[in-house]
Design a protein around this ligand. Structure first.
Ligand code: NAL
Length: 327
């Protein structure tokens, strides 16, 4: 796989292909970043962007992980102290998951977001941006309840962070795209660069295949899940043998294979007794998806293999979390 392919595989959107190609052609010393509101436990949504960070490290880029404590505070996630405490746990789980320690820099937002230079730039962005624009940028991030003034400050700070962390590529789920578009439009008016961005897909809820999978709504998997929890959730996951004719519902079992399993394993073995045709071995996601659709691969067998691989991915973080908690 060439570097550009590795950098962009499984991306839902690349902004722009030309800019990202230039980075892939010369990755040495280039920095990509992603930000997370600190939370005590990582779930599959975090791991999907983490897989992209691992791709980028394999491609030779350095990675910056922003533990966005001030953003979590602005988004009503708890007291500043509570949020701070979870940031370190989050870092430990990312490292256990497989981010390369040498080429990953973890930064707390509050390390620079309260400095005078930053705050004055933030206020300039506030002056440059309409309320409507900032609200639209935040619409997919904020989860529902009445918008507060903090919710329009949030996307402006997220945009400004791209400049302050001196990064060459912004990574995020598709729910972050409007913040990145705002950054591309507004940062140049402060004399800063227009940042390239790469967006990962949002994986549907495990039980229905609809909406976004997150810890707050629907069924997801997290670093807290025991092997049996993973088996149970995967076994009850929505997995229609045919693709939805209207194309509306996605198949979460296939999505998990595509975005979580195949990027991290050379091959996927689906174990089957000899009387059902024996083991199936896949090196490629499309072959597995084709077999599921044709009936060659039964959903129950696919789910069994999926649970095994997901458990293997989650195991090191689960162990680390238990150590941290003294369990
Ligand atoms: C991501 C988040 C918060 C702050 C950031 C700052 C810089 C870069 C990325 C950032 C979290 C993200 C979310 N908005 O919805 O999870």
């Amino acid at each position: 796989m060439d570097t550009y392919e590795l950098v962009t595989r499984n991306a839902a959107e690349v902004v722009t292909e030309e800019e990202v190609r230039a980075l892939a052609d010369d990755p040495d010393g280039k920095r990509a970043y992603v930000g997370y509101e600190p939370s005590g436990v990582l779930h599959l949504g975090h791991l999907l962007t983490a897989n992209k960070l691992i791709d980028l490290q394999d491609a030779g880029l350095d990675v910056v992980v922003l533990l966005a404590d001030v953003h979590a505070y602005l988004n009503g996630k708890g007291t500043f102290e509570e949020i701070r405490e979870t940031a370190d746990q989050m870092k430990e789980q990312f490292l256990a998951y497989g981010l390369d320690e040498e080429s990953t820099e973890f930064v707390l937002g509050s390390e620079y977001q309260l400095d005078e230079d930053y705050v004055l730039d933030q206020h300039e962005l506030e002056l440059e941006t309409s309320l409507n624009r900032a609200q639209r940028a935040m619409a997919e991030i904020q989860s529902g309840e009445t918008a507060k003034v903090s919710h329009v400050v949030y996307p402006l700070m997220q945009a400004l962070d791209i400049e302050y962390l001196d990064v060459d590529l912004a990574i995020g789920g598709m729910d972050q795209r409007k913040v990145h578009m705002l950054a591309r439009e507004e940062l140049p008016s402060l004399g800063y660069r227009k940042p390239p961005a790469l967006h990962t897909p949002i994986v549907g809820d495990l039980s229905t295949g609809e909406g976004k999978m997150s810890s707050s709504e629907g069924v997801t998997l997290s670093m807290e899940d025991a092997t049996e929890d993973i088996e149970e959730k995967v076994n009850s996951a929505f997995c229609p043998p045919e693709r939805d004719p209207e194309g509306e519902k996605v198949n979460p079992v296939l999505e998990l294979f595509q975005y979580h399993v195949f990027p991290r394993f050379e091959e996927v073995v689906v174990e089957r007794p000899d009387e059902y045709g024996g083991d199936l071995v896949y090196e490629d996601y499309d072959d597995l998806a084709d077999d599921l659709e044709s009936g060659e691969l039964h959903p129950a067998d696919a789910k069994g293999a999926l649970a095994t691989y997901l458990d293997e991915l989650i195991a090191p973080g689960r162990k680390r979390l238990r150590e941290i908690r003294g369990e």
